[in-house]
Ligand binder design. Structure first.
Ligand code: NDP
Length: 451
């Protein structure tokens, strides 16, 4: 049977765009891609990129005091949200145009329409057209969710943060994950009075305990009203703000409430199950290590599969899909030892096992140090950083590395190479320190803090 295309990609985010343009541009496949919203997807349009730019914007809040200590006379005026927002959106427009151009240059035909799966080889477009393809790749991502409670629509979600008409004076953030904790820092830096409710014992569940505790302490130090073991119980729009009641009965009014309570795959009405492929309990598309669903011609990558929901992982999955399907070289995706950063303030970089997970696995040595970094210490600021290595007693291999420090994301990328290569503690020790830096501590910790 002749198909319209070799590949039809649904979703123009990082994963879908990469798979489409490599399949078409480098392997000569006839490829189409449909995107119902903006090209670039969550990361570029309403996630990593605008978030990081807001992290940068918020980082200038401290500059007056710090520069003063270094001898500069600087007076910082007010933060102008409208000016920043205009520049932010111009940048997002520029990036979206690049994504479109990359697809066009690779010869990918694009449809600015919603596409759903009709059967193993057919997609239906919102324009009413039907297209057939030998392979269908679903890369539609996910969306932020609100808890199931009355008046939850009185709160906003992360998608809304980049389009706020003006910054709220006060903000209640619900959740203790990446998005909640990152935006607590961003908004606090931009001058918003931030309260954060997290229902558990400590934010950033799943990360190394010592690292997340230090992040939380410093967030409080910077002025965030972080309240643990609490949650929102009731809410209602009132007098231009949002009235809230916590589970402990505490009532307060905030200009805005942000739900950062998790994300869900965009599979509603997509036709996945009707086409014969399975969805998991959270609505994610179930795939094997090659990103293939139970229907051999349908593959899925990225957040819609809810494996490791990070942009570079979706891109990897897209590249592995192209290798498997268009090069004939079956390539499973390696999800092991993925370095990542959390852009809290202070930032956290992490790769491998937390102390707790490593200890549950085997006997370990823990090398950890916290200290005041030179730059902020000189300026009289209370900031503290942490470097930590988890080492296997048996093999001496470094099982985990956790850094809490300015630019920890930049550091962990490089530490991640050594750890992915299987470096031992002795390999770290054999590396000469770069002095004076914060990260030199990672190669100068001689005695274990504990076993
Ligand atoms: P997360 O799953 O990380 O966090 C959700 C948070 O909300 C958790 O603290 C969770 O609590 C809490 N929560 C869930 N449901 C409720 C509820 N009904 N009431 C109160 N609290 C609730 O999701 P995020 O939205 O922060 O991020 C989604 C994903 O996006 C991340 O997992 C990550 O993969 C990706 N991401 C990565 C970033 C990065 O790499 N820097 C940045 C931003 C996002 P509990 O812990 O108790 O379950």
């Amino acid at each position: 049977m002749a198909f319209d295309y070799d590949l039809f990609v649904i979703g123009g985010g990082s994963g879908g765009v990469r798979a489409a343009r490599v399949a078409a541009g480098e392997h000569g496949a006839k490829v189409a891609l449909a995107e119902e919203d903006r090209y670039g997807g969550t990361c570029v349009i309403r996630g990593c990129v605008p978030k990081k730019l807001m992290v940068f914007a918020s980082g200038y809040a401290d500059i007056e005091a710090e520069a003063g200590a270094y001898g500069w006379d600087i007076t910082l005026g007010d933060f102008n949200w409208a000016r920043f927002k205009g520049k932010l959106h111009a940048e997002l427009d520029r990036l979206e145009a690049i994504y479109r151009r990359l697809l066009a240059n690779a010869g990918v035909e694009t449809f600015d329409a919603r596409a759903t799966v009709k059967d193993a080889h057919t997609v239906t477009l919102s324009t009413g057209e039907e297209k057939t393809a030998k392979h269908i790749l679903v890369a539609v991502g996910g969306h932020p969710t609100r808890p199931d409670m009355p008046n939850a629509d009185a709160g906003i979600v992360s998608d809304d943060l980049f389009d706020l008409p003006e910054l709220p004076k006060s903000l209640l953030i619900i959740g203790g994950g990446y998005i909640a904790s990152e935006f607590a820092g961003v908004m606090n830096g931009l001058g918003v009075a931030v309260t954060q409710y997290y229902r558990g014992e400590q934010i950033l569940r799943g990360f190394d305990n010592e690292a997340r505790t230090l992040v939380a302490e410093q967030m409080v130090e910077k002025g965030i009203d972080l309240q643990l073991n609490t949650d929102i119980a009731e809410m209602e729009k009132r007098d231009g703000g949002v009235w809230t009641k916590s589970v402990a009965g505490h009532e307060a009014v905030f200009d805005q409430v942000l739900f950062a309570t998790g994300r869900k795959p965009n599979t509603d009405g997509l036709g996945i199950e009707e086409a014969g492929a399975a969805l998991g309990r959270g609505g994610e598309i179930v795939v094997d290590e090659y990103s293939q669903t139970g229907v051999p011609s349908i593959y899925a990558i990225g957040d819609v599969t809810n494996r490791v929901n990070l942009t570079p992982v979706a891109i990897r999955e897209g590249m592995a899909f192209v290798q498997t399907v268009f090069v004939g070289n079956p390539t499973p995706v390696d999800h092991d030892l993925i370095p990542s950063a959390i852009f809290t303030q202070p930032e956290m970089g992490t790769v491998g096992l937390s102390e707790e997970d490593a200890r549950a696995q085997e006997p370990i040595e823990v090398y950890a140090t916290t200290f005041k970094p030179m730059q902020s210490s000189f300026a009289g600021k209370p900031d503290r950083v942490m470097m930590k290595l988890i080492v296997s007693q048996a093999s001496r291999v470094v099982l985990g590395c956790h850094i809490v420090a300015p630019n920890a994301g930049e550091m962990i990328q490089l530490a991640g190479i050594a750890i992915k290569m299987g470096a031992t503690k002795e390999d770290f020790d054999a590396t000469v320190a770069v002095h004076p830096t914060m990260s030199e501590e990672i190669v100068t910790m001689k005695t274990p803090s504990r076993t």
